[in-house]
Design a protein around this ligand. Structure first.
Ligand code: ZN
Length: 183
């Protein structure tokens, strides 16, 4: 049986994205959602990945992150969330403005690769980055839906800041919050 080039290259893209997700310690359910691979294929891929990497990767089991409050929990996380959201926005993973106005983009191969690139840029920019890949996936989905979190301009300086949608009227970045406290 002959497999068409198109189908073959799509399969290769799936595998490549799954490997990239595995490298970021993504959960099986996340890899399944973004690549469309079956759990069985992902398990096999994971085993061959381990034997190639010759190391034990920590696997995260159980539920994916679901707390929107995580991203505003501390000033450090607020700052890191803004950097990560900027990368997600720049690379087109999330809508640029007014999340919720555009139809929410679904997980897919192209968007998945951009999501990895955004996360990798964030890790390169922030030393000892705290936000895990799973949290980055959650943030991308939440900002795309725009129902719980939104990306807006700081009321003080206009810098990007991630806020809980209904909690803050005039969001401020951590620097402007510090400056306001000092006065
Ligand atoms: Zn500010």
């Amino acid at each position: 049986m002959r497999i068409s080039d198109d189908r073959y290259s799509r399969e290769r893209l799936r595998m490549e994205l799954a490997l990239r997700f595995l490298g970021h310690e993504a959960r099986t359910q996340t890899i399944r959602a973004w690549t469309g691979l079956s759990d069985d294929r992902i398990r096999k891929l994971y085993r061959s990945y381990l034997s190639q990497a010759r190391r034990e990767l920590p696997r995260h089991r159980g539920k994916s992150p679901h707390q929107v409050a995580y991203f505003t929990r501390s000033q450090q996380l607020q700052l890191e969330s803004a950097v990560l959201a900027s990368m997600l926005s720049l690379l087109g993973v999330i809508p640029v403005q007014d999340a919720g106005a555009a139809p929410a983009a679904l997980p897919g191969l192209t968007r998945g690769a951009l999501l990895c690139a955004a996360f990798e840029a964030y890790c390169a920019l922030v030393p000892a980055a705290q936000i895990s890949f799973e949290h980055a996936v959650f943030l991308a989905n939440a900002l795309t839906r725009g129902d719980q979190l939104r990306l807006g301009g700081c009321a003080g300086c206009g810098g990007l800041v991630v806020t809980e949608r209904f909690l803050v009227r005039d969001p401020r970045c951590h620097l402007c919050t510090l400056a306001a406290r000092a006065h």
